[in-house]
Design a protein around this ligand. Structure first.
Ligand SMILES: C/C(=C\Cc1cc(O)c2ccccc2c1O)CCC[C@H](C)CCC[C@H](C)CCCC(C)C
Ligand SMILES: C[S@@+](CC[C@H](N)C(=O)[O-])C[C@H]1O[C@@H](n2cnc3c(N)ncnc32)[C@H](O)[C@@H]1O
Length: 258
C-alpha cells in the first residue's frame, strides 16, 4: 500500500509566481522548496534528456556503494521523484524497509504516483515522508544505509545535513552521496559550466524553467570539492570518507561509513 506522510507545510507554495524568484539568486531553503515544486512535473523527463539516460547509471553506482542488502532498513534523503528510493527497494526486497524523505510536496506526489502506477512486491516496502534533511524525523541509529542523490548541494546547511545522516545511521552503516562534482581542474569546471549554459538552460527554457536550471551553475560553484566533502564528513563523526569522481569528473560520489 503506497504511503505518503505530510509533516511540514510550504509557506512559500502559495506565493504568486512573480515573487517566487529573483534571477538565479536562490538562497534560502524556502526558495529552494518552491524551485523543486515547480520543476517536479518535468524533472524526470529532463534528467533523461539532459544526461542522455546516464543518470540512471550514476544512480545504480550510488546504490552499489551503500552495501544495502535484503531485509535492510534504508533511507533515501532528498528523494525527489524517487529514482534512488525505487532502486534501494529492489536491493532490500519486500522484507526490507525503505523510506524516501523530501521537503517538496510536488516531488513526493510524483514519487507516490510512480509507486502506485508500477506494481512490484518490493515497492510495497516504500514509504514517502515529507521532512527536512537538516532535521530528519527519525530516531538515532535507525538505518543500515542511506542514499542522497543530487541533494546535499541543494541543502543550505550542509554541515547539519551531514550530522543528521550520522545520527540516524547505525554504527557500521554507509551513506552514499551522489552529486555534481565541483572539480578542481579548470578544464572540467569550464566544460561543466559550458554544458549548463549551452545545453541545460536552453533545453529547460523550452519548458519555461530557465531560471530554475540557471540555479544549477551557482549551486555547483558554491558546493564543496571532493576533499572538502570528505573533511565535512569526518568532522560530522564518520570514521571513513572517500570521494570518487566519474564521467570525466562531471559527477562525484561521497561514500561515508559511521
Ligand atoms: C542528473 C541531472 C540533473 C539533476 C539535477 C540536480 C539538481 O540539483 C537540480 C537543481 C535544479 C534544477 C534541476 C536539477 C537537476 O535536474 C542531469 C545532469 C545532466 C548534466 C548537466 C549533463 C550531463 C552530460 C552528459 C550526457 C554526460 C556525458 C558524460 C561523458 C562521459 C563526458
Ligand atoms: C535535484 S533533486 C534530486 C532528487 C533525487 N534524489 C534524484 O536523484 O533524482 C533534489 C531534491 O532535494 C530536495 N531537497 C533540497 N533541500 C532539501 C532539504 N533541506 N530537505 C529535504 N529535501 C530537500 C528537493 O526538494 C529535491 O526533491
Amino acid at each position: 500500500m503506497a504511503s505518503l506522510q505530510f509533516g511540514l507545510s510550504s509557506s512559500f507554495a502559495s506565493l504568486p509566481t512573480a515573487s517566487r524568484f529573483r534571477r538565479v539568486s536562490v538562497r534560502c531553503s524556502g526558495d529552494r522548496q518552491v524551485l523543486f515544486n515547480r520543476i517536479a512535473p518535468v524533472y524526470d523527463n529532463l534528467n533523461d534528456l539532459l544526461s542522455l539516460g546516464q543518470h540512471r547509471v550514476w544512480k545504480r553506482m550510488a546504490i552499489s556503494w551503500t552495501g544495502a542488502k535484503e531485509k535492510d532498513t534504508v533511507l533515501d534523503i532528498c528523494c525527489g521523484s524517487g529514482d534512488l528510493t525505487f532502486l534501494l527497494s529492489e536491493k532490500v526486497g519486500p522484507t526490507g524497509k525503505v523510506i524516501g524523505v523530501d521537503f517538496s510536496k510536488e516531488q513526493l506526489n510524483v514519487a507516490s504516483s510512480r509507486q502506485n502506477s508500477r506494481w512490484r512486491a518490493c515497492y510495497e516496502s516504500i514509504e514517502f515522508v515529507e521532512g527536512d534533511a537538516t532535521d530528519l524525523p527519525f530516531s538515532n541509529c535507525q538505518f543500515d544505509a542511506i542514499t542522497m542523490g543530487y541533494g546535499l548541494r541543494n541543502v543550505v546547511d550542509k554541515k547539519k545535513a551531514m550530522q543528521e545522516m550520522f545520527r540516524v545511521l547505525k554504527p557500521g552503516g554507509k551513506a552514499s552521496i551522489l552529486d555534481f562534482n565541483k572539480s578542481t581542474k579548470p578544464f572540467v569546471a569550464s566544460f561543466q559550466e559550458w554544458m549548463i549554459d549551452n545545453v541545460v538552460v536552453p533545453v529547460a527554457t523550452g519548458y519555461g524553467l530557465a531560471e530554475e536550471y540557471e540555479y544549477l551553475k551557482n549551486s555547483i560553484r558554491e558546493f564543496l570539492t571532493g576533499k572538502e566533502l570528505e573533511e565535512l564528513a569526518i568532522q560530522a563523526g564518520f570514521s571513513m570518507a572517500s570521494h570518487y569522481e566519474f564521467s570525466g569528473g562531471l559527477m562525484g560520489n561521497l561514500v561515508v561509513t559511521r
